[in-house]
Design a protein. Sequence first.
Length: 344
Amino acid sequence: MRHPVPWLLAAALALAGCIRQAGPEPGSTSSSPGAQAIPSAAPAGAPRGLGRRLKVAVVPKGTTHQFWQTVKAGADSAGHQFNVEVLWNGPKKETDIQDQLDIITGFASQGIDGMAMAATDKKSLVKTVQDLERQGIPVVTIDSGLDPDVSRSFIATDNVAAAGLAAREMGRLLKGKGRVAVISFLKGAATSDEREQGFLEGIREFAGIEVGATEYTDSDSAKARDKMETLLTAHPELAGVFASNEPNVVGAAGVLVDRKLVGKVKLVGFDASPPEIDYMVQGVVQALVVQDPFKMGYEGVRTVAQIVRGEGTPPKRIDTGATVVTSENMRRPEVQRLLPPPGR
């Protein structure tokens, strides 16, 4: 369903530590920076895959949230541009490590040329990626990486720096004073851990702000509602909440509306689904750190194709950037492509 609020949205705040990079526009016929055009026919002795249609699997952490649908749109766009058949599948729940392992194993048996994946767990997927590489299937990670990072390239937001932006925005909103809480999603998932780390480090810059509690929701908006209720009951003086992904923002915002605490408890979150933008328009959410999931999907497929075609070694880390969107800047048009519909 299209979002009912017109999409006249926010310019990027180019803040320290997060450098925005221009992403590809959907349907564009020009390569992204550094990409090489694909010849119509492979010359003699050309690297494997040059001139033929490649098969690249893209395995997200989940499939239900708007974020992952935008990743898919970016992957499909790169597939069209770089002569790649994109095979897409992921677990229904971002916490289902075994389901993701089964999906990866299934793709590996289909004769794929490479894979882009977002790891449900930074430790559990390491051996799987090493096994794929031994089979001659190069792997890049997107959004959520591995520890140790055994992938060819990690393409993602710098989550520590981006969550630091959220912390500084919270500090500004609270004028440096008050008690805040963190609603994160999964202990052990790299993205979750990094956002928690970045926010806690950033909020220490404000001596008058105290962090009261950190709760985990398994990326379930219903659980986020429950955790928000618990936090408000235990800490009636709560001044702000950092919700580190889309379902957490939506769950927390709903409770603030129900309890008539809109504007009294500041809510700073991540991502930019239509419900999140609705809540910002209503004043329930004060700021969102917006990523570029379209670019993650696009660069994931493009990078795998470059590796398979022998077009050079990709950077070990590709930062896709982050932007803070607030009610003060959300009428500027430049950030419109970062928001739904995918890749606009």
